[in-house]
Design a protein around this ligand. Structure first.
Ligand code: ATP
Ligand code: MG
Length: 410
């Protein structure tokens, strides 16, 4: 390719000069100054007339004979490229042949092969170094992460993983931290739950034991025996209620698909809830006022939602002076603009003591006049099982208000 390019340049150079040996010699004096790109080897030149007479050659006599000999076909020691020298009108004025020895070509080839091997080796070394660097950067955080995950324990404090990477591995570490925080919180809640549950169960059990022993030892006599037996029955019932409440809560929270949603007329399930507490309302002389606006039906788990409402109504009836109100209306949840059903149960009782609102939904929290403290925990679990939320606050008239918000389901 080099020879071809050079021959072309020279043929152009000669296209305008006269084709005599002197003129060519003069013209080619500055051949050294010819700039041909990628010049890898030196070449010799023969210039011919169209009749194959040599006008000019810078090959030594012996070599020239050899080159010419080769062109007739014996062995190959040279490579050559020939270009025609044409005048402006397209007439061939002669030819330029550039000759290089095959030895030289092979040397050049070897040189190129060697430089290819060297560059290959250099890029391999660079690739290995880069690989090591990247691998270090990648695997070190992963190793730290794996080590920390293996050593994770619920009891251990301050086990947050700190990685200086801002990439996906950093995100992974952050997710792991979030997960371990949740696990610890859950573990903490379980502990508190067991403590509270055992305390709550111990109280009625002790009352039962005390009364039974009193009867057996003869400390309780005559009329009091009946009283003690009634206490035993009442406390057993309370015990049964607590255990039933705990198992119900556990089922709500742990059994998947314990909810079955269906479209129900709002009026119907609210009325059915009220029917369940009507006796208590009569006994306490409290009126229940229902006010439902615009909503006709909603998708709920009817039995569970009834239970949630009965818990709220039961509490309200215990604390109300004279009236309990149930309001149902439609709302929109921002920022999703989703339709919601809002049910409010309020009473005209004393409301919550300061700081009580935060605690009322906790399991086993009960106020001075309260029972076992599991009712609102169940209500909350049911509402949340519907994807909704419940809040408590003191209403304008001072009594307690419980507001349930249920999002519309697909
Ligand atoms: N309408 C209300 N007015 C004032 N305080 C309330 C009202 N409803 C609930 N509370 C407070 O919240 C506490 C927890 O209520 P929750 O229904 O969970 O338990 P409980 O009524 O004490 O017992 P139970 O498990 O039998 O329902 C109550 O003990 C009471 O202090
Ligand atoms: Mg209650």
């Amino acid at each position: 390719m080099q020879l071809k390019k050079e021959a072309k340049v020279i043929s152009q150079l000669l296209s305008r000069s006269s084709f005599s040996s002197e003129a060519i010699r003069e013209k080619l004096m500055n051949r050294r100054a010819l700039v041909v790109t990628e010049r890898l080897m030196s070449s010799k030149m023969i210039i011919w007339t169209p009749k194959r007479e040599i006008v000019y050659s810078d090959l030594e006599g012996g070599t020239l004979d050899k080159v010419l000999g080769e062109s007739t076909g014996t062995g190959r020691n040279f490579v050559s490229e020939t270009a025609a020298v044409t005048s402006k009108n397209g007439k061939t004025r002669g030819y330029v042949t550039l000759v290089a020895s095959l030895d030289q070509v092979q040397q050049v080839n070897m040189l190129m092969r060697r430089s290819q091997i060297v560059s290959l080796l250099i890029s391999a070394v660079i690739a290995v170094i880069l690989g090591i660097v990247f691998q270090k950067g990648l695997t070190r955080p992963l190793r730290v992460l794996t080590e920390q995950m293996k050593n994770f324990s619920l009891r251990g404090a301050g086990q947050e993983i700190r990685l200086a990477t801002r990439d996906e591995i950093g995100d992974l570490a952050e997710s792991f931290n979030a997960m371990s925080r949740k696990l610890k919180q859950y573990d903490e809640e379980q502990k508190v739950f067991f403590q509270n549950a055992s305390h709550e169960l111990k109280t009625p059990l002790m009352a039962i034991q005390g009364n039974a022993e009193g009867i057996l030892d003869g400390v309780v006599k005559g009329e009091d025996v009946n009283k003690s037996l009634n206490v035993i029955i009442a406390e057993s019932q309370r015990l049964k209620r607590i255990v039933e409440g705990i198992t119900y809560l556990a089922k709500l929270e742990n059994v998947e698909d314990s909810f079955g949603f269906q479209e129900w007329p709002l009026k119907q399930f609210i009325q059915e809830s009220i029917d369940s507490v009507v006796a208590l309302a009569d006994q306490r002389g409290v009126r229940i006022v229902v006010d439902l606006k615009s909503v006709s039906a909603w998708k709920v788990d009817r039995e569970k939602m009834k239970r949630a409402l009965i818990n709220l109504l039961g509490n309200a009836l215990c604390y109300a002076e004279s009236v309990v109100t149930v309001n149902g209306f439609e709302g929109t949840e921002q920022p999703f603009n989703r339709k919601t059903l809002i049910i409010e149960v309020s009473d005209d009782g004393p409301g919550f003591a300061p700081g009580e609102v935060e605690k009322v939904f906790q399991r086993f929290y009960s106020g001075d006049a309260g029972g076992s403290g599991i009712g609102l925990a169940i209500t909350k679990a049911i509402v949340e099982g519907h994807g909704g939320s419940i809040v408590a606050f003191n209403g304008e008239l001072g009594g307690a208000v419980f507001r349930i918000t249920l999002p519309e389901m697909e």
